[in-house]
Design a binder for this molecule. Structure first.
Ligand SMILES: NC(=O)C1=CN([C@@H]2O[C@H](COP(=O)(O)OP(=O)(O)OC[C@H]3O[C@@H](n4cnc5c(N)ncnc54)[C@H](O)[C@@H]3O)[C@@H](O)[C@H]2O)C=CC1
Ligand SMILES: O=C(CO)COP(=O)(O)O
Length: 341
């Protein structure tokens, strides 16, 4: 059945997801902060800054009013950067109808608390949304979804009927949606892969080779799974779309902002300059900070994250970071993961 849907966040991902939803016959309104962007979407049917050279469907409406966006909607999709999730949730809670489904497609944790996005939403929206929150994640660059390239994602909720309802709303012939009951694993996998993508971009820029990149991805997955399981995730989730799937695409795609940020740092650019030049959200930077402290809180080793933290925030020489990773003490490949099962 067709739904009335609000998409909050008119960046690349919010715009691409809105296109999917319009394609599926839903009535979609996208909320953006900037009036000029809202006007561009409504009048030119483009979003040149965040999704260049894409023609948006004329049925897609945009607004800069949060109340207009969410009031009376069947589904509210949050696609704002993680740093603004709580503020936006606080602002909209008085307008979201009691019957609405809440979905988020954001990859990251709340800075300071280390909370997952569904936890932030639960805390802000409270009853009666406790059971009606789902997370959408997986290997899905907005640029390719907007071109209708075959894409698979996963929607997770602790309530299977919620995940299945969201699956039905988003799924179509080029956007295949799987369900998963492991909300923690899906959110943690989608967030932590950005750290490894940054490291992969750095490694590629330093020219450390394909063997090293395969090592970063594989050992990266091991540390993602280690922290994830310590946080309550199911290990199998990390070999699924929100784990290895998203890790592969983000470490290898030309579209990845996290990979590009790592590459630019390897060329000697300072972090501030990289973020300024990118002009888009690079979630992996703050996620590195958060994962670094979550690893301490949960007493798990995350050697790649620790080295990236030192490069990003303590001015460590990236080549030294690679050397230090290679000189770590001997260990067994599966020891820690098996211990955490
Ligand atoms: N771009 C992609 O291919 C994908 C992105 N994501 C995730 O989606 C989330 C959003 O990313 P994108 O749309 O790519 O970002 P983007 O960089 O393309 O756009 C960011 C949007 O957020 C808005 N924004 C920035 N600060 C804000 C604030 N304080 N309050 C409200 N809005 C604010 C900007 O105006 C802009 O509309 C991120 O967590 C990202 O990791 C997930 C899957 C794919
Ligand atoms: O999460 C993404 C693809 O699945 C987008 O990654 P970037 O933010 O690195 O572009």
């Amino acid at each position: 059945m067709n739904k009335e849907i609000a998409v909050l966040g008119a960046g690349s991902w919010g715009t691409a997801l809105s296109m999917v939803l319009v394609e599926n016959g839903h009535q979609v309104i996208i909320w953006g902060r900037r009036e000029d962007l809202v006007q561009e979407i409504n009048e030119q049917h483009t979003n040149q800054r965040y999704l260049p050279n894409v023609r948006l469907p004329e049925q897609l409406k945009a607004t800069s009013s949060l109340s207009e966006a969410v009031a009376g909607k069947d589904v509210v999709v949050f696609v704002v950067p993680s740093h603004s999730m709580r503020t936006i949730a606080k602002q909209v809670k008085k307008w979201i109808g009691d019957h609405a489904l809440v979905v988020h497609a954001t990859k990251g944790f709340e800075v300071g608390t280390g909370m997952r996005m569904s936890q932030v939403l639960k805390e802000e929206l409270s009853e009666p949304f406790e059971t009606r929150i789902a997370a959408l994640s997986g290997p899905s660059h907005a640029e390719e979804v907007a071109q209708k390239c075959p894409t698979t994602v996963v929607v997770a909720s602790s309530h299977s009927e919620v995940a299945e309802e969201v699956q039905g709303i988003f799924m179509n012939h080029y956007f295949r949606v799987y369900t998963n009951s492991d909300l923690i694993g899906v959110e943690v996998g989608g967030s932590l892969k950005n750290i490894i993508a940054l490291a992969a971009g750095l490694g590629d820029g330093l020219g450390i080779g394909d063997n090293a990149k395969a090592a970063l991805m594989t050992r990266g997955l091991a540390e993602i799974a280690r922290l994830g399981t310590a946080m309550g995730a199911k290990p199998l989730t990390f070999v699924g779309l929100a784990g290895v799937g998203d890790l592969v695409v983000t470490c290898t795609s030309q579209h990845s902002r996290n990979w590009r940020a790592g590459y630019m740092i390897s060329q000697g650019k300072k972090l501030d300059q990289v973020l300024h030049e990118m002009g888009m959200v690079v979630e992996g930077v703050q996620t590195t900070r958060t994962a670094y402290s979550l690893a301490m809180r949960h007493h798990v080793e995350m050697p790649i994250t620790e080295q990236l933290y030192a490069v990003l925030f303590e001015n460590k020489d990236p080549e030294q970071a690679v050397e230090d990773l290679m000189r770590r003490g001997r260990t067994s490949e599966w020891e820690e993961i098996i211990r955490s099962w």
